[in-house]
Ligand binder design. Structure first.
Ligand code: BGC
Length: 714
C-alpha cells in the first residue's frame, strides 16, 4: 500500500459525505442513460428529470443542499459525442482518433486536444468525459484499436495522461478506460482474457499505472471482459488489490455500460454502476439499486464501503472543480478545428516513398483519384466514440452486424472530401475521379493519368473485430489493378489498424492517415502536396501476416453473439514489437516507423547508469527541409536476457542543418521485472544494453551500462 496524503478535496468529500442520507448516497452510485430515440435500451427513463437540458451517456442527480452538482457524462476520446441524446446539438469538433494521436508521439498535441474537447463538453454542461482509451493494441484485428494510443505501455501511459490532464484542466473529470485487457471486441461481454499476472503488470497495467500517476484521472472505467476468470468490474484483485491498494488510487471506478451483472461487485471495488438501463438489457436487472440496498439492509454491504464509494466520486468532482463551475467560457470552434488539423498532420505516417511524394504543385499533372469515397469525405471509426461534426456528416452508410452494437456500425464520412482538398492543394493539376467500383473500370482511369492517388478504407469499431487484415469491398483488387497499369500510384489508407497491402511492392508511396478526424482531408492533401512534412511514427507494428502474431487464429471469431470466448494472451508482456523482437519475425513495417521528406542523423550517443538509464544523442536534420524526427531509445538486453522495451522518445522539430541534443531517461520499471510474490519491481544486477534508432526494427547506435540489483515500487 502506498502512502497518500489527504488533499483538500478528500477532506471536503469526507465532510460532505458524512452529512448525506442513505438515499442520497445510493442516488450517487448509479448513472442513468439519456434517451436515444429508437435505442435498444427502450424509452426515456422516468428517473431523468423532465427539464434535463442536455442528455448524456450517464446522468446522476446532484444534491444541491450539499453543493454536489449533477453528474453528466459523455463519450469519448475523439470529441463530444451525441448518439441522439441532444437533438438540437450543433455538432462537436471531431478530433483525430487516438491511434492517429498515438502516431504523433507528441504529448503536447494530445494535451491541447484534451483541453479543447473538455471546453466543448463543459459548454454543454457535461462534467465527466469518458475519454482516455488506455488499452494496449495486442491484436491488429481489434475493432477498437483506433480508440487506443499504442501497443506500448510507456507511450500509451504518457499520451493517455496528457489527454486526461488536458480534460481535467478545464474542470471536467476524465476517465481512463477500459480497465483492463479489453483488447478484443469479439463477444466482449463473454470474453475471458487470460494473462500471467506479473506480465500483466509489465504491460497493460503498467500503461494504466503510468497514466494514473501522471494525471490522477477522476475515474477509471472497468471493461466488459473477464480477466483470469473474474469480470473486470467485479475483479477484487485488479480493483481492490492493485488499483486502490498497490497504486493508492483515490478516484472512483465506474463500470462500462451494461457491465454490472451483480451487486457484490461493490465489494470487489466497483464504485458506480453506469448506464443502468444497459444492465437491464444485458443481464435482465439493475445491480446497484434494489439489490444493493437489500445487501446494505442485511449487512452484506458495510456502511463504510458505501461511504467510500460516495467519497471517491465526490473527491474527484471536487479535485477538478466540477462543483464550482463559473459560466462556461466561450468555445472557439475555429481554434479547435486548428488543433484537430495539427493532430491529423502529426498523426499521418508516410509508410513508403519511392520518391513519388511530395507531388509538385506547379505542374499540370493529370491525377486520378480512386475509391474510398474520396469524393465525399473522411472515414471515422464507429461505435460509442463516433463524433457528429458541426454541420453533420457528409454521408452515413449503414453497415450493420450482430449484437447490440450492430445498429451503430456505420461508415461515417466527415466533410470536406479529400478530392476537394487535393484540388485546392494542387491547383495546376487536372483531376479525374473513379469510385473504385471495379478493378477494370478503375484501371481505365489510372491508365490515362500521370499519377494515381488510390484511397483504401475500412469501417472498424466497437463490437467487432476484423476477420483478417484485408481491405473490404474488393479494394485490394482495385489498388492492384490501378498500380499494375500505373506504377506511379500513391495509396492513402484510412484505417483503424494495420492492413496487409498485397499490392505494396507495386505502388510508389503509401500514406497511413488512420481516422484523422474532421480536418483529415486537409492534412492528407497538405502531406501529398508537400506543404506538411510527414512526421508520424507507427504506434503499432504492421505484421507481414497474421501468422507472425501471437494468435494467427482469433478465438471466438465467427461464433454467434453471446458465445463465451477465452483468449489466452500468452505473449504476456511481449506485446507488438516486443513479440517481433522475441520471435525474430520481420514485420511489414516496424513499430516507430515513419518516413519524412528530409533526413536525420544521430551522433554522440551516450548512455549512463544510476537508479536507471539515461541516454543522450545529437539529432541533426541532414536534408534540405524542416521536419520532425522521433528518436527512440530501446532496451535490448537486460542482465543477459534478450528483452525489448521502448525506454524513451522525443519528437524534435529541426530546421535544415539544425542539431539538437536529446536526453532520454528510462522509467526504471521498464528495466525491471514485476515480482508478484514480493509485490515489487525487481531490477537484476548486470549489464543492460540499449539501442537508439528511428524505429524498433533498425537501431543505429548502441551502448551498455551496468545496473545494481534492486527492488522498488509496487
Ligand atoms: C463503451 C464505452 C463507452 C460507453 C458509454 C460502451 O459501449 O465500451 O467506451 O464509454 O459505452 O457510451
Amino acid at each position: 500500500m502506498v502512502t497518500i496524503t489527504e488533499s483538500a478535496a478528500d477532506v471536503r468529500a469526507r465532510e460532505v459525505e458524512q452529512q448525506m442520507t442513505d438515499d442520497e448516497r445510493f442516488s450517487l452510485i448509479i448513472s442513468i442513460m439519456g434517451y436515444i430515440p429508437g435505442s435498444a435500451v427502450g424509452g426515456r427513463d422516468a428517473r431523468l428529470p423532465e427539464d434535463l437540458p442536455n442528455m448524456s451517456a450517464g446522468y446522476t442527480p446532484g444534491i444541491p443542499r450539499l453543493g454536489i452538482p449533477a453528474i453528466q457524462s459523455s463519450d469519448a476520446s475523439m470529441g463530444v459525442t451525441n448518439p441522439g441524446y441532444r437533438p438540437d446539438d450543433p455538432g462537436a469538433t471531431a478530433f483525430p482518433s487516438l491511434i492517429a494521436l498515438g502516431s504523433s508521439f507528441n504529448p503536447q498535441i494530445v494535451r491541447e486536444g484534451g483541453e479543447a474537447l473538455a471546453r466543448e463538453a463543459r459548454s454543454r454542461g457535461l462534467n465527466v468525459q469518458l475519454a482516455g482509451g488506455c488499452n494496449l493494441m495486442r491484436d491488429p484485428r481489434n475493432g477498437r484499436n483506433f480508440e487506443y494510443f499504442s501497443e506500448d505501455p510507456y507511450l500509451t501511459g504518457v499520451l493517455a495522461a496528457e489527454q486526461v490532464n488536458g480534460i481535467q484542466s478545464q474542470g471536467v473529470v476524465s476517465t481512463l478506460k477500459h480497465y483492463t485487457l479489453n483488447c478484443n471486441e469479439t463477444n466482449r461481454h463473454w470474453l475471458d482474457a487470460i494473462i500471467d499476472p506479473d506480465a500483466h503488470r509489465e504491460s497493460d497495467l503498467l500503461a494504466f499505472q503510468i497514466a494514473i500517476e501522471r494525471s490522477q484521472p477522476g475515474s477509471i472505467m472497468s471493461g466488459y471482459n473477464k480477466i483470469n476468470g473474474e469480470y473486470a468490474g467485479g475483479n477484487h484483485h485488479l480493483l481492490n488489490e492493485v488499483l486502490k491498494g498497490a497504486w493508492g488510487y483515490k478516484g472512483w471506478v465506474m463500470s462500462d455500460w451494461g457491465a454490472t451483472p451483480k451487486w457484490n461487485y461493490a465489494l470487489a471495488g466497483l464504485d458506480q454502476e453506469s448506464g443502468i438501463q444497459a444492465d437491464v438489457l444485458l443481464w435482465g436487472k439493475e445491480a446497484f439499486t434494489d439489490e444493493l440496498r437489500n445487501a446494505y439492509a442485511n449487512g452484506e454491504l458495510p456502511s463504510e464501503r458505501l461511504s467510500d464509494m460516495v467519497r471517491r466520486i465526490l473527491r474527484s468532482l471536487f479535485a477538478v472543480g466540477a462543483d464550482a463551475w463559473e459560466p462556461a467560457p466561450p468555445v472557439d470552434m475555429a481554434r479547435h478545428h486548428e488543433i484537430a488539423l495539427e493532430g491529423a498532420r502529426q498523426g499521418i505516417v508516410l509508410l513508403k516513398n519511392d520518391g513519388a511524394l511530395p507531388l509538385p504543385t506547379d505542374k499540370p499533372l493529370k491525377i486520378a483519384v480512386i475509391g474510398g469515397y474520396a469524393q465525399q469525405g473522411i472515414v471515422s471509426g464507429t461505435g460509442s466514440g463516433a463524433v457528429a461534426p458541426v454541420g453533420g456528416f457528409a454521408s452515413v452508410i449503414k453497415i450493420g452486424g450482430a449484437g447490440v452494437m450492430g445498429k451503430h456500425r456505420n461508415l461515417f464520412l466527415f466533410p470536406p472530401p479529400p478530392l476537394e482538398e487535393l484540388q485546392a492543394a494542387l491547383p495546376q493539376a487536372v483531376f479525374d475521379f473513379d469510385p473504385g467500383y471495379t478493378p477494370a473500370e478503375a484501371a481505365l482511369t489510372a491508365k490515362r493519368s500521370d499519377v494515381v492517388i488510390a484511397f483504401g478504407i475500412r469501417v472498424e469499431g466497437e463490437g467487432f473485430d476484423s476477420a483478417d487484415l484485408s481491405l473490404p469491398w474488393g479494394q485490394d483488387a482495385v489498388i492492384d489493378a490501378v498500380a499494375s497499369v500505373n506504377p506511379n500510384t500513391i495509396v492513402v489508407l484510412e484505417t483503424g489498424n494495420p492492413v496487409s497491402m498485397p499490392w505494396r511492392d507495386k505502388v510508389s508511396a503509401i500514406v497511413e492517415a488512420w481516422y484523422p478526424g474532421q480536418a483529415g482531408a486537409r492534412a492528407i492533401a497538405e502531406v501529398i502536396a508537400g506543404k506538411v512534412n510527414p512526421s508520424g511514427r507507427l504506434p503499432i507494428t504492421f505484421p507481414a501476416s497474421l501468422d507472425q502474431t501471437p494468435r494467427p487464429e482469433l478465438p471466438g471469431l465467427g461464433t454467434p453473439w453471446g458465445t463465451p470466448v477465452t483468449i489466452e494472451y500468452n505473449e504476456g508482456a511481449e506485446v507488438g514489437y516486443r513479440w517481433f523482437a522475441k520471435t525474430g519475425a520481420e514485420p511489414l513495417y516496424p513499430f516507430g516507423h515513419g518516413l519524412s521528406y528530409t533526413t536525420f542523423s544521430y551522433s554522440d550517443f551516450d548512455a549512463s547508469n544510476g537508479e536507471t538509464i539515461t541516454a543522450s544523442v545529437t539529432v541533426t536534420n541532414t536534408g534540405d527541409r524542416a521536419g520532425a524526427d522521433v528518436p527512440q531509445l530501446y532496451l535490448t538486453e537486460a542482465a543477459g536476457e534478450q528483452r525489448m522495451r521502448l525506454l524513451g522518445f522525443e519528437r524534435v522539430e529541426l530546421q535544415p542543418g539544425e542539431s539538437r541534443r536529446v536526453t532520454l531517461t528510462a522509467d526504471p520499471r521498464l528495466l525491471a521485472r514485476f515480482d508478484g510474490a514480493a509485490g515489487q519491481w525487481q531490477i537484476a544486477q548486470g549489464t543492460y544494453r540499449v539501442g537508439l534508432g528511428k524505429d524498433a526494427g533498425s537501431l543505429e547506435l548502441s551502448g551498455e551500462v551496468t545496473l545494481e540489483g534492486r527492488q522498488f515500487g509496487s
